[in-house]
Ligand binder design. Structure first.
Ligand SMILES: Cc1cc2nc3c(=O)[nH]c(=O)nc-3n(C[C@H](O)[C@H](O)[C@H](O)COP(=O)(O)O)c2cc1C
Length: 155
């Protein structure tokens, strides 16, 4: 199985997390592709792959600038995504109490609305906690991938 990680980022933290996962989890799947969301639209979900949304949060709970076109296309060009299995890594900062991790959570909401099936819970990282998102995200992803592979086998 191929894992495709779609990265929404402003200052590259989400990209570092995705790259750490690409290196650390290579033994668990056939291939891991990391793709910045720039220029993508809903067509990116046409591939037969497992998807991981890895997005930070900006403004007042918005997706990052490079994720906007993809995020908006989920509403502007909607189509049924029942074949899509995905997970979410949402990066944020709890000092933004009202909008903590909304970037990733907003993707989750739209994907669910189109029939895509999330595996596991949305994983949130809090930048104010002082922990390394690459280290924690990689550990989370190894467990998430095990669950995703189990789910795929059971289907
Ligand atoms: C101007 C600005 C606005 C932000 N707004 C939010 C927010 O509304 N909610 C949140 O949870 N985090 C917010 N954050 C925190 C970032 O999402 C967090 O630092 C993240 O790790 C950055 O990842 P990136 O480098 O991949 O963009 C904001 C950060 C900045 C600098």
């Amino acid at each position: 199985m191929k894992l495709k990680i779609l990265v929404g980022t402003m200052t590259s933290t989400a990209d570092y997390v995705a790259q750490a996962i690409q290196m650390d989890c290579a033994d668990l799947v056939d291939e891991i592709e990391v793709q910045l969301m720039d220029g993508l639209d809903i067509g990116v979900f046409d591939e037969d792959a497992l998807y991981l949304i890895c997005s930070s949060t900006y403004g007042s709970g918005d997706v990052p600038d490079n994720a906007r076109i993809l995020y908006e296309s989920l509403e502007a060009q909607p189509k049924y995504l029942g074949h899509v299995r995905y997970g979410v890594i949402a990066l944020g900062d709890r000092t933004y109490m009202q909008t903590f991790c909304f970037g990733g959570k907003k993707f989750d909401e739209r994907l669910q609305g189109l029939g895509a099936q999330r595996i596991g819970d949305v994983w949130c990282h809090d930048a104010s906690a002082g922990t390394m998102p690459e280290v924690e995200g990689t550990a989370w992803c190894r467990e998430w991938l095990a669950l995703a592979l189990q789910t795929a086998q059971a289907e």
